[in-house]
Unconditional design. Structure first.
Length: 492
């Protein structure tokens, strides 16, 4: 069935056409009457009494007799022209439409590309909401409803990523099933957002009950004091293990300082708004400062964690080499002797690196673990411990990078990271490193729309890149708060 709505006019459009025709006919009749009236007034039995006229008036009447015949003709012609113009315009309009003018009662079915694009956007939005809400919860104590909502939202988001990964792997294979899978992704993401939206009001109550400004300022001072020590530890690690060992966190200290610069300005503004009684301005400025301080903490923690992991790995590599050689001695792989030979080659190369100068202990441990697992081993305690360490390091590094660059990171990197969290250590390491690579590509492709000197000096660039501000306007746009899609910009 078709709807009763017609594009550009209601169903009564046929009535409008009749009115236009009627106008044209009426114009013609009026013209005809106008032609007849002069003849009627010139007959001998003039039914209309005519007063005696002055000679000049009679002359004017005789002179106007030609106009009496011309004006009706002009009126008829004008009416016909108007009617013709309306008809031509109506025909052209109907021909230029992509449909006969009838709008279907059901909306058009989106294409598979549109549905896939919607699913990607839903994943990114839901992941951003969960990450932002987790950061914001770090400033509120005892808000059980918000904690429960965040946990439920995380569960829905994990399920959405799982469906998406299967979709990317070609499961299901039929078109209908794939469309339903994408609809499931969007639905799960929507439910995650709904959980957070429902808890936003309770979060605000808990946030307002404490001295949020004092908490944010305290953490700001703590991180500012840590910055120098973290930078020194990074320099020492680079000298000891080589620049390649710390490449994943190069620039993190500078980015942390950038977030703290931004937080400085917003904390000052929050203090001023509090003194002037501007409650809305106070909440916006303080929430932006909280987000920047939280990300500065992530960046500094990432550097400190990597330096600690390098020390742990350096102590584990010799034991891993010994354990690997013992495992390989007991492995019998007659069908794949090349794998066994390759494993021995890897172990020999690692032993040489240990005595040859600076080396990356995490990378060395990773190669030892992979070599043993590829040859059919990997069951000993030291090899399993090494696999856990390299997988955990890769997961946390990728998660940190996505979190502090989420304003530019797309769905693929986030999906790889979500899959890595569910995988066994060997696969988790590979997937997490791939997620980090994809996220880096997204950041490089995204570029920096706030590249001016003023934006850099104020820390605005980092705040937008980190998703603290949405970047929709020249000043960075609205600040993002705890909540889902409906409530996260309530501090606008």
């Amino acid at each position: 069935m078709t709807s009763s709505l017609i594009r550009g006019r209601p169903r009564h459009a046929a009535g409008h056409i009749g009115v236009r025709v009627g106008h044209a006919v009426l114009g013609g009749v009026a013209g005809a009457v106008w032609l007849v009236l002069p003849v009627m007034t010139t007959t001998a039995q003039d039914p209309v009494p005519v007063a005696a006229r002055e000679p000049v008036a009679a002359a004017r009447a005789d002179g106007a007799s030609t106009a009496d015949y011309v004006m009706p003709l002009i009126a008829v012609a004008a009416a016909g022209a108007l009617g013709g113009y309306g008809y031509v315009r109506r025909v052209r309009r109907s021909r230029s439409r992509t449909t006969p003018g009838i709008v279907s009662a059901a909306p058009p079915t989106p294409s598979p590309v549109d549905v896939e694009r919607q699913a990607r956007a839903a994943l990114v939005l839901a992941d951003d909401c969960v990450r932002t809400s987790r950061e914001a919860l770090g400033y509120v104590a005892g808000c059980d409803s918000a904690v429960a909502a965040l946990r439920a939202a995380g569960t829905e988001l994990s399920a959405a990523f799982a469906i998406w990964r299967r979709y990317e792997e070609g499961i299901p294979g039929d078109d209908t099933g794939r469309r339903q899978a994408l609809v499931g992704v969007v639905g799960r993401c929507a439910e995650a957002g709904r959980q957070l939206d429902a808890a936003a009001e309770g979060f605000d109550a808990g946030w307002g009950a404490g001295d949020a400004l004092a908490v944010a300022e305290g953490r700001f001072r703590e991180l500012t004091a840590r910055t120098g020590g973290v930078a020194s530890a990074l320099t020492e690690a680079a000298e000891r293990y080589g620049s390649g060992a710390v490449a994943a966190v190069v620039g993190y200290v500078e980015q942390a300082k950038d977030r703290l610069v931004f937080a400085t300005g917003r904390l000052n503004r929050a203090r001023q708004d509090a003194d002037s009684g501007d409650g809305d301005g106070f909440r916006r400025a303080l929430r932006a400062a909280e987000g920047a301080v939280a990300q500065a903490g992530v960046l500094l923690d990432g550097v400190a964690r990597l330096t600690a992991e390098l020390r742990t790995a350096a102590g584990l590599v010799p034991a891993a080499l010994t354990g690997a050689e013992a495992e390989l001695a007991g492995v019998r792989v007659p069908a794949a002797p090349s794998r066994l030979a390759h494993a021995h080659t890897v172990l020999a190369a690692v032993r040489e690196e240990l005595t040859g100068g600076p080396y990356d202990p995490l990378d060395a441990l990773r190669r030892v673990v992979r070599a043993v697992e590829g040859a059919g081993g990997g069951r000993s305690g030291v090899i399993a411990a090494g696999a856990d360490l390299v997988a955990r390091s890769a997961l946390e590094a990728a998660d940190d990078f996505v979190g502090v660059h989420r304003g530019a990171v797309g769905a693929e990197a986030r999906a790889q990271l979500a899959e890595a969290r569910r995988a066994a250590p060997a696969d988790a390491d590979r997937l997490a490193r791939r997620a980090r690579e994809l996220a880096g590509q997204d950041v490089r492709t995204h570029g920096n729309p706030y590249a001016g000197e003023a934006a850099h000096e104020s820390g605005l660039t980092g705040a937008v890149l980190g998703g603290v501000l949405l970047g929709e306007e020249g000043d960075g746009g609205p600040v993002v708060a705890f909540g889902g899609p409906e409530t996260r910009t309530r501090l606008r």
